[in-house]
Design a protein around this ligand. Structure first.
Ligand code: ATP
Length: 228
């Protein structure tokens, strides 16, 4: 039986803005998989992908407000501090150096993010640094091997690295766990659209975050032109 080692989970995203879908997913993952720490990791984005008028610092401020009083989730600002284009592999290398070879690191994401994994910078190095945990999101399913047909390079990775929850604690890195979890049907895109149309996104995100958005007049029509 594998020994339980210290385990740190990361949940990365643009959080533009943070909403209850993100927060529930992070909390439930921590509870269900028994991580010692769950850190939300806001990415610094290249300028062209940002919501006009909303800075990385403001996205981070909204996270601080969302996490206030919650001991179970932490904020890790390293990608914002580093600036420039965000590459997960750089973050994981930095963390591995900081934490040493024995700590278990799990990078968590929605399955939609996993499906584009093979387009991430140096994606083949990721599993040498951390575990990957993908949570199924409504409307997405894992790639299937088609008989005789082309298949996503992800399939090989899924087959070679597929692991269990116990592996996340028994090994420091190298396993891919796909986990089914009920996800709240909320997206930042929808919240930005509501705000852009002058409608309220109340009850989709923490009240303190909505207050911040209103105080700083974020995601208004003039701010969302050309939005994703
Ligand atoms: P956008 O609509 O701008 O694409 P988003 O709501 O998908 O934003 P991101 O910040 O892009 O949020 O996502 C960060 C991570 O959160 C991703 O791994 C994504 O799969 C996951 N995620 C997004 N929405 C939800 C949700 N409702 N429940 C659980 N996880 C979610």
């Amino acid at each position: 039986m594998a020994t339980k080692r210290h385990s740190i989970a990361l949940f990365g995203g643009t959080f533009d803005p943070i909403h209850f879908g993100h927060l529930r997913m992070a909390l439930e993952l921590r509870q269900a998989l028994g991580f010692d720490e769950m850190r939300l990791l806001p990415s610094h984005q290249p300028g062209h992908r940002e919501s006009p008028g909303v800075s990385p610092r403001q996205r981070c401020q909204m996270l601080v407000l969302a996490l206030a009083g919650c001991d179970e989730l932490q904020l890790d600002e390293r990608e914002l501090r580093r600036g420039g284009a965000t590459y997960t592999v750089d973050t994981l290398e930095e963390l591995r150096t900081e934490l040493g070879p024995e700590v278990s690191i799990s990078f968590c994401m929605g399955l939609d993010s996993l499906l584009s994994l093979h387009r991430w910078h140096r994606w083949q190095s990721l599993l040498a640094l951390a575990h990957l945990v993908a949570v199924t999101r409504p409307g997405w399913s894992p790639p299937q091997r088609a008989k005789g047909g082309d298949h996503s390079p992800l399939l090989d990775v899924l087959e070679r690295h597929r692991g269990s929850t116990a592996d996340l604690h028994g090994e420091p890195c190298g396993r891919l766990v796909v986990r089914e979890q009920t996800l709240l049907p909320i997206s930042s895109t929808h919240i930005r659209q509501l705000l852009g149309n002058g409608q309220s996104p109340r009850y989709l995100l923490p009240a303190a975050v909505l207050q911040y958005i209103e105080d700083h007049q974020l995601y208004r029509k003039q701010n969302t032109a050309g939005d994703r």
